[in-house]
Design a protein around this ligand. Structure first.
Ligand code: MV4
Length: 509
């Protein structure tokens, strides 16, 4: 087993990885930028190496500095977390060249899944259902329009190098096609430096359901069921839950099998996630594979009772998976809510700054993965997620009650957060019904933006109580002053006599 691991990340995920390393008796090396000198992951690691200035290009994305840091500290392996270099094949190759174990898939698997049309072809060959569409990018607008007409409008134009919704265009009709095609090419070029696009059938109000997969170096590949991630805002997940309210046992088993087939098709190693769109008729289509540990992995950890980071480390060290497919047991219901330093009232603008007060929820079935502490200054250089709240309970209803309870305990002062917004989402009838899709947050934006009547009623109640309290206090103070004045006018002797008289009468004192 590794004796020392370098964690090439920051924030809650760096803390998350360090925690498992400590449990496994593995020493940790944190890395940090100028903006992260006081960060929690630096405090929690055994050692820390400075990388450079705050911008990630000059710190967390510097392959050379990370490799140097691992060599200088004697770390045998690097955990990339998510984001940053976690899905960069050149980083894995640099680790290979330096004799350092990259805790993740091989570079070939990352590259194969990174190219969206290439991945579609491989998936079709492997018998994995994909959204009906082109197998290859098309640069000729006439051929692209003809293809769109052949599959029928509406269609979706997507970037070949894309993912995450950037460079994506819905086209309603043939008349709009040419302008949208050109716009999609421009967006793709701007976002990915690659203007190749392709055309797919548009799916109306799909749900986003993903399957956690895990493969070892001994030919074992299993899945750990699904996560429902349809509660998204501008392609950012906000709430994730498992099980998905729409999956039945048969669909769950079929999607799991397909996800394992997808992973096997690229010789996958370690933790990965296959994303699917599920349409209103419960047809499912492979969308893309994320070749990393995901933000929402704790949902699977709580539902399946496993430590996925431990699994990643063991598999990277050459050990076999600890469970076979039949041994994976899912129990109860898990939900995650992402706590962001952002202001829902100001179009979700980032709200960095100093956390002057922090009270984290706790209690039964309540987990917090966080990278912040009271007195910490949230820097503006990185993404705004400061914590994840994950709950587990035997049923969805109880998990929602628990999440509502935990959100009500959460207090963050000094910066603005989305906690109020999260409370409104998890109290919304559409979320409660479980019958929601990827358009939920956009369709309900107006209802979710303002404080609800219930919230305002509580604010009004507190305000009136405070007002009444102050009135009472003023009145009491006036009476006290009047009594003091009267007392001063009396002689000390007379006052003592009055008190003695009160005492005999069974009054005060
Ligand atoms: C789609 C789609 C409808 N039809 N593809 C958005 C992110 C990118 N990975 C794929 N996405 C979509 N692709 C077809 N053919 C609708 C979406 C989509 C979406 C998907 C997953 C989660 C949230 C979403 C929000 C809006 C649109």
């Amino acid at each position: 087993m590794f004796r020392k691991i370098l964690v090439a990340n920051r924030g809650e995920i760096a803390v998350r990885v360090i925690r498992t390393c400590r449990e496994m008796g593995i020493r940790t090396v944190a890395v940090y930028s100028d903006a992260d000198r006081g960060a929690l992951h630096v405090r929690m690691a055994d050692e820390a190496v400075h990388l450079g200035p705050a911008p990630s290009r000059e710190s967390y994305l510097r392959i050379d500095r990370l490799i140097d840091a691992a060599k200088a500290t004697g770390a045998e392996a690097i955990h990339p977390g998510y984001g940053f270099l976690s899905e960069q094949a050149p980083f894995v190759e640099a680790c290979d060249a330096a004799g350092i174990t990259f805790i993740g898939p091989r570079p070939e698997a990352i590259s194969a899944m990174g190219d969206k049309t290439g991945a579609r072809q491989r998936m079709i060959q492997a018998g994995v259902p994909v959204v009906p569409g082109m197998d290859e990018p098309e640069s000729d607008v006439n051929r692209a329009r003809e293809f769109a007409r052949s599959i029928g409008f509406p269609v979706m134009i997507k970037a070949a190098a894309g993912g995450g919704g950037r460079g994506m265009r819905k086209v309603e009709s043939e008349e709009e096609f040419d302008a949208s095609f050109a716009a999609a090419q421009r967006e793709a070029l701007a976002a990915f430096g690659d203007d190749r696009v392709y055309v797919e059938k548009f799916l109306d109000k799909p749900r986003h359901v993903e399957i956690q997969v895990f493969a070892d170096a001994h030919g074992n590949c299993i899945h750990l069921f699904e996560r429902e991630c349809s509660v998204q805002r501008r392609h950012q997940k906000v709430i994730e839950e498992s099980p998905s309210p729409i999956l039945d046992e048969d669909l769950r088993r079929r999607m799991g099998e397909v996800a394992v087939r997808a992973a096997r098709a690229v010789n996958y190693l370690g933790a990965g996630t296959c994303e699917f769109l599920v349409d209103a008729n419960k047809n499912f289509y492979f969308l893309e594979m994320n070749t990393r540990l995901q933000v929402e992995h704790p949902v699977t950890e709580l539902r399946c009772g496993v430590d996925l980071v431990r699994w990643q480390i063991e598999v990277a060290a050459g050990k076999p998976l600890p469970l076979s497919q039949d041994e994976v047991r899912a129990q109860g219901h898990a939900i995650e809510a992402r706590i962001n330093a952002e202001d829902p009232a100001k179009n979700f603008m980032p709200s960095p700054g100093k956390i002057t007060y922090l009270r984290l929820p706790g209690g039964p079935g309540t987990r917090i993965d966080s990278g912040v502490y009271p007195g910490y200054t949230v820097p503006m250089a990185y993404d705004s997620m400061i914590a994840k709240l994950i709950v587990w309970a035997p049923t969805r209803e109880q998990a929602i009650q628990r999440l509502q309870r935990a959100l009500s305990e959460f207090v963050v002062k000094g910066i603005t957060t989305n906690i109020g917004y999260l409370k409104r989402i998890v109290a919304h009838p559409e979320f409660l019904s479980g019958d929601y899709d990827t358009t939920f947050l956009a369709r309900r934006a107006e209802e979710l933006r303002a404080a609800t009547n219930g919230e305002l009623a509580r604010v009004a109640l507190v305000a009136s109580a405070v007002y009444q309290y102050q009135l009472d206090k003023n009145r009491a103070r006036k009476l006290e002053l009047a009594a003091q004045g009267a007392a001063a006018a009396r002689s000390r002797w007379a006052e003592m006599g009055r008190l003695r008289a009160l005492g005999r009468a069974g009054g005060v004192r």
